[in-house]
Write a protein that binds this ligand. Structure first.
Ligand SMILES: Cc1cc2nc3c(=O)[nH]c(=O)nc-3n(C[C@H](O)[C@H](O)[C@H](O)COP(=O)(O)OP(=O)(O)OC[C@H]3O[C@@H](n4cnc5c(N)ncnc54)[C@H](O)[C@@H]3O)c2cc1C
Length: 305
């Protein structure tokens, strides 16, 4: 019987495992993609302690740190979690392994929505297509970029990126932005000084360029030369396992947690991009914070502290 099974080997899961191991609990991490989204992040410039670090290198450091504490890592995929009559859990993997655990930490992340255009995957390998303006916007200092999306993440991202980029073309499918009002007030300043150019009622039809992105073609017929494109059209949390187990979701379809990262099921905790905590702020530092709290709650549950 393992004390804690952490599902997901992204930064949230690795941080949870670090704390749980230091509480001297037995810990197993099961994640089918080491590092999760962070391993695809290229240069990370906002994780404290590192001026700039490759996302993959950062997660390898985190992995080595937990392994030194005796945490076991498996790259299996979980297909089912069942609650047992004695309030423990049975985790079933794709390779039909069954693992018993006293507690579970769901650190399963969320997939960023894509445009679904040809060359998108090719250009997203550090060649101009990005999915996190807050994370990678500052890398485009003095350049021209376009941001697709009119929600809060897109607008917040533009407010940050506008301090670096020379020009931002803001492509919105509808005829208005839908962010938190304060973020729109901030964006208006950049629209007024023409740093941001809103283009409403438009979608991206084509990504231009051979080796890397050089421009975009819009549904209104316009072609724009840019150095980078940011796709900010939402994320889909990985909640299938949680739902089958009976974990409650919030109104946006994310795992519902309280400020101790507890779900509605005793012994089941969550954190990171799969939850909607910290107001959708999906970052490495917020994921790590939530992972540490989830592990603390698991420790208290096991020791009845
Ligand atoms: C391109 C990009 C760049 C980014 N850049 C930055 C940045 O510069 N700075 C910053 O702070 N943030 C950045 N972010 C955001 C940051 O990477 C995320 O907030 C963070 O990765 C969330 O971590 P997580 O552990 O919650 O989820 P994830 O990283 O998504 O990890 C989820 C884990 O769960 C596993 N999993 C899911 N379901 C199962 C299952 N059924 N069985 C087994 N395993 C499962 C996955 O394999 C993965 O290991 C970036 C994100 C992207 C996409």
């Amino acid at each position: 019987m393992t004390d804690v099974v952490v599902i997901g080997s992204g930064v949230t899961g690795l941080s949870a495992a670090l704390y749980a191991a230091r509480y001297e609990l037995s810990v197993l991490i099961i994640g089918d993609m080491l590092g999760g989204a962070t391993s695809t992040a290229w240069t990370v410039e906002n994780y404290p302690g590192f001026e700039a670090i490759d996302g993959y290198d950062l997660v390898v450091k985190m992995k080595e740190q937990v392994e030194k504490l005796g945490v076991a890592l498996s790259t299996d995929k979980i297909v089912e979690i069942n609650k047992n009559p004695n309030d423990t859990f049975t985790i079933i993997t794709e390779t039909s392994e069954e693992i018993e655990s006293k507690t579970i930490i769901l650190a399963v992340g969320a997939a960023r929505k894509k445009l679904g255009l040809p060359k998108e995957d090719q250009f997203s390998m550090g060649k101009g297509v990005n999915y996190c303006t807050t994370c990678d916007g500052p890398l485009y200092k003095g350049k021209k970029i376009a941001v697709v999306g009119g929600g809060d993440s897109a607008v917040k991202g533009m407010n940050l990126a506008a301090q670096y980029a020379d020009k931002i073309y803001s492509i919105v499918r509808g005829d208005a932005y839908k962010p938190e009002p304060i973020n729109l007030v901030r964006l208006q300043k950049f629209i007024d000084n023409e740093r941001v150019e809103p283009i409403f009622n438009a979608t991206v039809l084509e990504l231009l360029g051979e080796e890397r992105l050089t421009g975009i073609k819009l549904s209104n017929g316009r072609e724009i030369e840019i150095d980078g494109l940011f796709v900010e059209i939402g994320a889909i949390p990985e909640v299938v396992l949680a739902q089958k187990l009976g974990v409650e979701l919030d109104q946006y379809g994310y795992i519902q947690v309280n400020n101790m990262m507890e779900t509605n099921i005793a012994g089941v905790y969550s954190g990171g991009d799969a939850t909607n905590f910290f107001g959708h702020f999906k970052q490495i530092v917020t994921g790590c914070a939530m992972g540490s709290v989830a592990a603390t709650s698991a420790f208290k549950h096991i020791t009845k502290a």
